[in-house]
Design a protein around this ligand. Structure first.
Ligand code: HEM
Length: 467
């Protein structure tokens, strides 16, 4: 009996080993054939192990540069938004602080329910975005082909993105977006469902065929956000390989498309980029896992045209800061430092690829006359970063909020805090954000702050603006 058991054991072990070997080979072949690898290299043992265990490979940083092997990933369940977006006020992001200003990456983790945000401005944004896509879509939406040996093209990532967006949006805002799924039950949608073939934006009564439309244009049509797609190259750098940058305000996709993350920022002469941001940003991008999306915010001030001469379609200059930047079509309208005298410092010439004029408002900037506060807007961007599981592309969402300065100035504590923040910009940041144009605004904010203290709305003397 013992020998029968022994020989059975041995045969079982042998069979089990052959079966396990075959399974590993099948799974390996399946993932390797789906790989977006540039180098056609075999997957790393760690990645294979994570595929075999079915756990998302949190350590996605282990991949070879430019290689991505699709990872199994279920988007955490999305709670439907409790309110109808038509009744949601824009979230009042006020991302400026009292006291010293530091250039940092400033990222925080993003709640899965907050990938894209909708509010009562959706219809207005959609009208402006749709008009711009129709009239100048070739410049606002671009998808690059691969650069052989360096980086993949943007099309596959855009295709994955638009499916992900349709899945997310129809769950998060079910009264705004409805979808129809394909009859094909292979289950390439979320949670094993068939993929989405049609999406309707209910409040504007428009239906789009998800698999027939240009994916990048559709992605830029569905939401209030602009979207950039960053793809890792074989040199480990991330490249802007596709985007729908429809309402950017102060930069143009046509000037940045195909650039690496470093070159995008260096050509824009982003203050302290090399000293404070470059290293941590490239490390962050390389290591970013699929299960840890992040968000960051920034802000700037913008002067807009008087209502009498404003563009009727976009009077707040949401899409393009014409009053500050000049004509969007202007060939010379490249990014870079403004080449004018900041009242607090010397003329700063551009470094990097810019041509020296971030703003073309030298008359505005050098003017001593006060800016009418009713023409000033605060421009806040809420940016999100999420890595897609199939292509490994990093999706950069940019949601812009424009708030009239006069509205901000009536919020408790805000005028004092904003004045303090503007005063604390270091010289390079002050140039980048055109502080010289807003000197008179500081006086206005101080007055409003003093008024709030006088009427007892705020009391903390430690929050008073610096003289
Ligand atoms: C962790 C990620 C990122 C960080 C920390 C970061 C940081 C910054 C900072 C500090 C600025 C100056 C304005 C501000 O205060 O925000 C800036 C500007 C800019 N960033 Fe980024 N950025 C990131 C990702 C990206 C990505 C993925 C893109 C891809 C399109 C991008 C494109 C730009 C552009 C176009 C500008 C304006 C440059 C100009 O003025 O010409 N950034 N970024």
């Amino acid at each position: 009996m013992a020998s029968i058991f022994n020989s059975l054991d041995q045969r079982d072990v042998l069979l089990a080993s052959v079966f396990a070997g075959l399974s590993v080979w099948v799974i390996y072949k399946r993932y390797a054939s789906k790989s977006t690898s540039l180098l056609n290299g075999a997957p790393k043992d760690t990645q294979l192990a994570s595929q075999l265990t079915g756990k998302p490979p949190v350590a996605t940083q282990q991949h070879e540069p430019g290689e991505w092997i699709p990872v199994p990933f279920n988007y955490p369940s999305v709670a439907p938004c409790a309110d109808d977006p038509r009744s949601i006020k824009p979230i009042p992001y006020r991302p400026f602080k009292w006291g010293e200003y530091h250039v940092t990456m400033g990222i925080r983790s993003m709640a899965w329910d907050e990938w894209f945000e909708l509010d009562d401005q959706f219809i207005d944004y959609h009208r402006i975005r749709e008009h711009r896509l129709r009239t100048r879509g070739d410049r606002l939406v671009q998808v690059l082909p691969p650069t052989p040996g360096l980086v993949n093209g943007g099309f596959d990532a855009a295709t994955e993105l638009v499916q992900e967006m349709a899945e997310y949006l129809s769950r998060r805002y079910p009264t705004t977006y409805t979808v129809k799924r394909s009859e094909d039950v292979t289950g390439s949608g979320w949670y094993g469902l068939p993929s989405i073939k049609e999406i309707t934006i209910v409040p504007v009564g428009k239906t789009y065929k998800v698999d027939a439309e240009d994916p990048m244009t559709l992605a830029g049509t569905l939401v209030q956000e602009d979207i950039a797609i960053m793809i890792e190259g074989s040199d480990g750098r991330y490249y802007l390989q596709a985007g729908a940058i429809v309402i950017p305000g102060m930069w143009r996709l046509q000037d940045k498309i195909g650039m690496s993350l470093d070159d995008i920022h260096v050509s824009g002469t982003v203050p302290q980029f090399e000293s404070k941001l470059q290293l941590s940003m490239s490390r962050f991008f390389r290591r970013m896992p699929v299960d840890k999306p992040v968000t960051r915010t920034n802000y700037s001030l913008q002067i807009v045209a008087h209502p009498d001469i404003a563009d009727p379609i976009d009077p707040n200059e949401l899409s393009w800061a014409k009053t500050m930047k000049g004509d969007e079509e202007d060939e010379d309208n490249k990014p870079g430092f403004m080449n004018v005298n900041d009242s607090h410092g010397p003329t700063r010439q551009t470094s990097g690829g810019g041509n020296g004029n971030r703003f073309v408002i030298t008359d505005l900037v050098n003017s001593t006359s006060a800016v009418d506060p009713s023409l000033v807007r605060m421009r806040v961007e809420r940016q999100t970063l999420r890595r897609l599981p199939r292509t490994g592309a990093i999706i950069f969402g940019i949601r812009t909020y424009l708030t009239p300065l006069e509205d901000l100035a009536s919020e408790p504590e805000v005028p004092g805090r904003l004045a303090s923040a503007i005063r604390s910009w270091p010289e390079d940041v002050a140039l980048y954000k055109a502080r010289a144009a807003f000197e008179s605004v500081l006086g206005y904010l101080d007055e409003r702050h003093a008024g709030q203290v006088a009427c007892g709305l705020i009391s903390n003397s430690s929050t008073e603006p610096r003289a």
